[in-house]
Design a protein around this ligand. Structure first.
Ligand SMILES: [Mg+2]
Length: 330
């Protein structure tokens, strides 16, 4: 897998831009630099995809509106909605579902015509669904384990092992899912990135002809987009950095790379590769003594492309270690 190129601004070739939120649009309560302006000038449809099953979509949309983005509730697609859609296809209408999670999950289950239930002794139970909420405790996890152990189908919103909070890194829904998995030995059906249902929910709602996914995590956003057959743009404003994207296995490589969301409005020129050297527009990268460096800066998009294309070519051709010795100035 090598980088794709364009002769026109990237966004102009796509009628829908699917966006991861944390690390792409915002970090905590603060907008990522340039994100609001870059998204305001996208003419295609925007969709915001979140693995967070606790916050209902109107809460996410209000947060985005507060940051200065014109986001409607229908522009937000949550893992809670995606798993509820999966259940509504698998279960009869009105089926009772033991719902372990927060308000976003309960709302999504009810909105798909199923009945969220809290009592695991309820004889009508047809399935179990589990999502993150700060109020999920041992009794909820035990109830889920008892019901799953009895053989009821088990659905989960997402399996992120950790979540960032204002105080640090905390256990995510994936850690709570592990607790039930340990007790039952059962594998759940998962909706969130990198699994397909969140992308399928988005595509079903928007019906785009040429979508593109933007993400900051290679093993969720980019891997998930690849699995769903959607081209992807990786940006450097979140969890994974330049060294990560160069080292990532070919299965998790993005189609496009950029410093931040302004890369949506850039042309992504083809990269010319020759022994130990890459040229993209005005940018030039080179490998000397196992170090990958930017030897001439171009636009930030050109510079990232030259570095990534050369780093990937090196990894595909040799087992020698590669140190990435470059920073991208916006
Ligand atoms: Mg993210």
């Amino acid at each position: 897998m090598t980088l794709s190129s364009t002769t026109a601004p990237l966004a102009s070739a796509h009628d829908a831009v699917l966006l991861d939120l944390d690390g792409v649009v915002y970090r905590g309560d603060v907008a990522v630099p340039h994100a609001v302006d870059a998204l305001a000038s996208v003419t295609g449809r925007l969709a915001f995809l979140t693995n967070n099953a606790n916050r209902p979509p109107e809460v996410v949309a209000a947060h985005l509106t507060d940051l200065g983005l014109a986001a409607d509730v229908d522009d937000v697609v949550t893992s809670a909605q995606a798993i509820a859609s999966v259940m509504s296809r698998d279960l009869p209408p009105g089926a009772a579902v033991l719902t372990v999670g927060g308000e976003g999950l309960r709302q999504a289950v009810a909105a798909r015509g199923l009945e969220p239930v809290e009592d695991h002794h309820d004889a009508r139970l047809a399935a179990v669904v589990q999502g993150y909420s700060p109020d999920v405790g041992w009794r909820h996890l035990a109830a889920a384990a008892y019901a799953v152990g009895r053989g009821l189908p088990w659905y989960v919103s997402n399996t992120d092992l950790t979540i960032p909070t204002a105080e640090g890194i905390a256990p995510g829904n994936g850690a709570l899912v592990q607790a039930v998995r340990f007790a039952t030995g059962v594998e759940p059906v998962v909706a969130g990135k990198p699994f397909a249902p969140l992308f399928e929910e988005t595509l079903a709602r928007l019906a785009p002809t040429r979508p593109i996914m933007v993400g900051d995590r290679l093993d969720t956003d980019i891997r998930g987009a690849r699995g769903a057959g959607i081209p992807s743009l990786f940006v450097l404003t979140g969890v994974n950095d330049l060294t990560d994207v160069i080292a990532t296995p070919p299965s998790d490589r993005p189609d496009y790379v950029g410093a931040d969301l302004r890369a949506l409005h850039d042309v992504h020129p083809a990269v010319d590769l020759e022994s130990g050297r890459a040229v993209c527009g005005r940018a030039e990268a080179a490998i000397r003594d196992g170090r990958l460096r930017l030897t001439r800066a171009g636009s930030s998009t050109e510079s990232v492309r030259a570095l990534v294309a050369l780093g990937w070519a090196h990894r595909d051709e040799s087992n020698e270690s590669l140190q990435v010795d470059a920073t991208i100035e916006p």
